[in-house]
Ligand binder design. Structure first.
Ligand SMILES: *Cc1c(COP(=O)(O)O)cnc(C)c1O
Length: 817
């Protein structure tokens, strides 16, 4: 049975399969099974259907021979698969009915799935959206990632403070959507030394690793939207080669024998929880090499099995590096070519440098990866030699272009000189890739102008832009069925695979009846969220209030503390100015802070404390509520986004590379309040000035302000509302009996120099929020703006992003099944 239009769904057979899994896989019976067991059995039965198509896709000779994309990413933040795959399979209704026949409610079953949180935030979610689009558009693709035992930590709050707990996403029964592929396992080396031999007087170097670790692949099915294509997301798990060394065991050295097991298991034990911040830990570099080496060998295995020569690699495989995390794949491929396959350096480099392409995700200096030369030397001695040789040859190019210019050499070198010499992974990527892209128009301009101006001069066609996108299947059709049905009623149901069609609902933006229905859907979604908040957080919300939403990782550059200051300003005015009137508003936050990020955690604590006080202060008549939703993750985003009226995209100009949360929210009819940063700039171009609230300094303004020497005290002294708002953090207003407990943010903004210009943008932000308050009162006017946002989001489908990659970079041809 295949789950396609070609082969109809057989309800009775499916029900039997579910029951069979209940019995045979999960050892329970129809009479005794829990809801969770029913979910597992259903998901297993569905996974079986997709595995059939995965194997058929894998063996389809047209695909085997075609050019494929290999998407290498340390993170894939896929979210729950069951509901989304039901949509892609076109089986949502039939399976709901089949499960109803078994006495089970599909919505309840779907709630049983735990999110596979195998990513931190935007970068990992982007990888997931791109896999979805590649499958929808049928560009042959394999996603390569890591099978972490623990994904991103689970977050809870204890007296307002973030607590982290491990996320065992597979559950004790195992994740029903994955299948092990032991036939593709690999052994991956670490440490050891380089051996030198002479063959016919020629020096041959090769690496003798000191330790081997097994890479076991697990495949998750990426199901194409309403087609027969299923691509693998292949996740590598680290295992000890043997349970223990027999030799040491027989010597009676049992503990030493177990040691290998302990080391090996560590490599894919846990996802590093840093977003936009690199820490240079050995185990992290081990993860990176483990991922790169296993993936590169798998790619070569597929390429060779297809009957192609090494020289033909760039015609058949392209490797996209999602940020610099898989950079070590470049010297790894060089090493295999030269040391194992006997190719010359020039031949190897010619192939390599036409195979890799690199996506830059950030300009933040603390996020640009550099690795200690000594660490690479110890862990991967042969790779370090190859990096030196890549750099030596590259610097010859630099000195040919700029003869005698030592500063150019120092700036562009892959090796950063200093007390500890460091390897600059971004430089290695630019040198070793045939294309480098930024992730939004503004960001790509800054990559050319600020980050890599000399590279741009040296390689004038290499730097490109591909603006990020999101999959409309998950982020509208699946998460917002009410709005999806309304749209389909007006413009037909083809928009999920051709999002530009949404433009046609702009024709209804002035239609009063349509406005009412659009806002009625929004109201239902707000009620669904309010119900969740009532049940899970015991806070009662008024769904007539403006639902103002900021959901993203907690980071100073994203400026949750600017939003917090606005809340303080509203509270101050409500308490002190009897003439002040405002539209009721609920401000939602959801955000995880990296466990070691002190100020981010202080900001979470402050917002939680402020929320506690404001939510229980009867004197403000419920005009203002603050809700910090714990444990932000994809499935939480799916509930919050459809319910949002206002989308907070308020990063300091020049800091947010693109953002994708901004796209998801606008697509669901939220109006953006945002800076001229990342993809906000392009969202504004699409929706027009009337349908977005732009505020604050742009990149030129930021530059100008800093060039005169920014002093946050100037703003503090000059603006009484800002001063009053900030001063609220000093007393005991929100921490009775414990004055000053919230002063970390205050100190960072005033004494710490306010590195992200929060105070400079405050007045302009408050003003934009005031305009929102006024505009929201005009119900029809607001409805029109919301409709125009949904209507104009076609550009931000990840299908468009993937087509941009294909046309500008990958040059793939779809294989329709
Ligand atoms: C979309 C998404 C992000 C990225 O949000 P930004 O606002 O672009 O930073 C992060 N986490 C989750 C769970 C998401 O769905």
């Amino acid at each position: 049975m295949k789950p396609t239009q070609k082969y109809p769904f057989d309800k009775a057979l499916f029900q039997n399969n579910v029951k069979r899994h209940l019995n045979a896989t999960y050892a329970t019976t129809v009479e005794h099974a829990s809801t969770h067991a029913w979910y597992l059995a259903m998901a297993r039965a569905l996974a079986e259907l997709t595995m059939f198509n995965l194997l058929e896709t894998e063996q389809d000779q047209r695909i085997v021979k075609a050019k494929s994309l290999n998407y290498l990413s340390l993170e894939f933040l896929i979210g729950r698969l069951t509901g989304n795959n039901l949509i892609s399979l076109g089986l949502y209704e039939p399976v709901a009915e089949a499960m109803e026949g078994l006495g089970q409610n599909l919505t309840d079953l779907l709630e049983e799935e735990r999110d596979p949180s195998l990513g931190n935030g935007g970068l990992g979610r982007l990888a997931a959206c791109y896999m979805d689009s590649c499958a929808a558009l049928e560009y042959p693709t394999v996603g390569y990632g890591l099978h972490y035992e623990y994904g991103l930590f689970k977050q809870s709050f204890e007296n307002g403070q973030q607590k982290e707990a491990p996320d065992a996403w597979q559950g004790i029964e195992g994740y029903p959507w994955e299948v092990a592929r032991p036939e593709f396992k690999q052994d991956i080396g670490f440490y050891g030394h380089v051996e030198v031999n002479y063959v016919d007087g020629e020096e041959k170097r090769h690496w003798v690793p000191g330790m081997l670790i097994q890479a076991m692949p697990w495949d998750l099915p990426i199901v194409g939207y309403e087609n027969d294509t299923v691509y693998p997301l292949r996740l590598w798990e680290a295992r000890a080669i043997a349970p223990f060394s027999l030799e040491s065991f027989n010597n009676g050295n049992y503990f030493e024998a177990q040691h290998a097991l302990i080391d090996a298991d560590n490599i894919t034990k846990v996802l590093y929880p840093n977003d936009n911040h690199e820490k240079g830990k050995t185990l992290r570099l081990m993860q990176q090499y483990f991922h790169s080496a296993a993936s590169i060998r798998d790619i070569l295995r597929r390429h060779t099995n297809a009957g192609f020569s090494l020289e033909e690699l760039p015609e058949h495989e392209t490797v996209q590096l999602n940020d610099t995390h898989p950079t070590i794949a470049i010297p790894e491929l060089m090493r295999i070519f030269i040391d194992e396959k006997g190719l010359s350096w020039d031949k190897a480099w010619s192939i390599c440098s036409r195979t890799f392409a690199y996506t830059n995700h950030t300009l933040l200096p603390e996020a640009l990866e550099t690795w200690d030369e000594g660490l690479i030397q110890r862990l991967l001695p042969r790779h370090m030699e190859i990096i030196y040789e890549i750099n030596r040859r590259f610097l010859l190019e630099v000195s040919a272009k700029w003869p005698g210019d030592v500063s150019k050499q120092q700036k562009l070198s892959v090796i950063q000189e200093g007390f500890h010499r460091m390897v600059r992974m971004a430089n290695l990527c630019v040198v070793g890739s045939y294309a480098v892209n930024g992730v939004a128009a503004l960001h790509s301009e800054l990559v050319k102008r600020q980050l890599f101006p000399e590279f741009h001069e040296l390689y004038p066609t290499r730097l490109k832009n591909v603006t990020n996108g999101i999959t409309p299947r998950r982020w509208l059709k699946y998460c917002n069925p009410g709005l999806s049905d309304l749209i389909s009623e007006k413009i037909g149901d083809q928009w999920p695979s051709d999002l530009a069609q949404l433009q046609r609902i702009a024709n209804y933006a002035d239609d009063t009846a349509f406005q009412k229905r659009f806002m009625a859907v929004k109201k239902e979604n707000k009620e669904r969220l309010a119900k969740w908040v009532q049940e899970n957080m015991n806070i009662t919300l008024d769904t007539n209030a403006i639902f103002d939403v900021q959901i993203k990782r907690l980071h100073e550059y994203k400026r949750q503390h600017l939003n917090m200051l606005h809340i303080l300003s509203l509270y101050h005015r409500l308490k002190t100015d009897p003439t002040f009137d405002m539209q009721p508003r609920v401000v939602f936050f959801a955000a995880k802070a990296a466990p070691g990020y002190y100020l981010a955690k202080e900001i979470i604590f402050a917002i939680n404390k402020i929320a506690e006080k404001i939510n229980s202060d009867a004197s403000i008549n419920g005009k203002l509520k603050v809700v910090f939703v714990p444990d932000y993750r994809v499935s939480m985003a799916e509930i919050i986004i459809p319910a949002a009226d206002v989308s907070e995209q308020i990063s300091t100009a020049g800091k947010e590379a693109s953002g994708t949360g901004n796209m998801k929210l606008a697509l669901n009819g939220a109006l953006t309040i945002g800076t001229m940063d990342g993809a906000n700039v392009e969202i504004r171009e699409e929706v027009g000035d009337d349908n977005i609230y732009i505020f604050g300094l742009d990149i030129d303004g930021v530059h100008e302000l800093r060039s005169h020497g920014y002093n946050p005290y100037d703003f503090y002294q000059a603006d009484p509302l800002l001063k009053a708002s900030l001063d609220l953090l000093l007393g005991e207003e929100f921490t009775p009996g414990e004055p000053g407990k919230l002063r970390a943010t205050y100190d960072s903004l005033l004494n710490g120099g306010d590195p992200y210009l929060v105070l400079a943008d405050f007045a302009s932000y408050v003003d934009a929020q005031q305009r929102i308050d006024t505009d929201y009162r005009d119900t029809a006017g607001w409805a029109k703006k919301a409709i125009m946002n949904t209507a104009q989001m076609g550009k931000f489908s990840s299908d468009r992003s993937i087509r941009d990659y294909v046309n500008q970079i990958w040059k793939l041809t779809p294989v329709k099944r």
